[in-house]
Design a protein around this ligand. Structure first.
Ligand code: FES
Length: 164
């Protein structure tokens, strides 16, 4: 039996990593799972940051440079946004039904940005994800890594205004 390479531990107990891991497991951690895995990171987190890229590279036993290369080559992948604060609005089915569109509209009205944009002062980046694993709290937002549940345009704008 071939020696199994030890897999790196999940970067944190955020359960979204389990979704990413499940994708890699489904492909037997083969290197051709890379693009699907990057999709699953983006679907869960809204963007790809260095922690995610390192985790994926270690799990699939690929050089980090290759993973960075693929992530930056395909424009469909969004690298960590440049704003000081990252607001990821979940637009998955549960959140969509419960009003994710109103959250995006509220942010657009207040800051004049769309998903993928950053405010001119680099204060806030807006992203979307396909499910952040908090469907029971729909509509959910992940603000700087913290899950905020049952948001309205008003509560979310208030949170965003309170940021430095
Ligand atoms: S659909 Fe939004 S958390 Fe699952």
């Amino acid at each position: 039996m071939p020696l199994q390479q030890a897999k790196p531990p999940l970067p944190s107990d955020d359960k979204r990593w389990k979704l990413v891991n499940a994708t890699m497991r489904r492909y037997g951690y083969a290197d051709h799972a890379l693009i699907e895995t990057l999709h699953s990171v983006q679907d869960a987190f809204g963007f790809l940051d260095e922690t995610a890229l390192r985790f994926v590279a270690g799990s699939l036993d690929l050089p980090l440079s290759k993973v960075f290369g693929v992530a930056t080559f395909y424009h469909i992948f969004m690298l960590k946004p440049k704003g000081r604060h990252a607001c990821v609005v979940c637009t998955g089915t549960a959140c969509y039904i419960k009003g994710a569109g109103a959250l995006l509209d509220g942010i657009h009205t207040r800051y004049d940005i769309n998903p993928g944009d950053t405010t001119d002062d680099d204060r806030l980046s807006l992203l979307t994800a396909r499910c952040v694993g908090a469907c029971g709290l729909a509509p959910a937002v992940v603000l700087n890594g913290d899950v905020l549940g049952k948001q309205t345009a008003e509560t979310l704008t208030t949170r965003l205004e309170a940021l430095d």
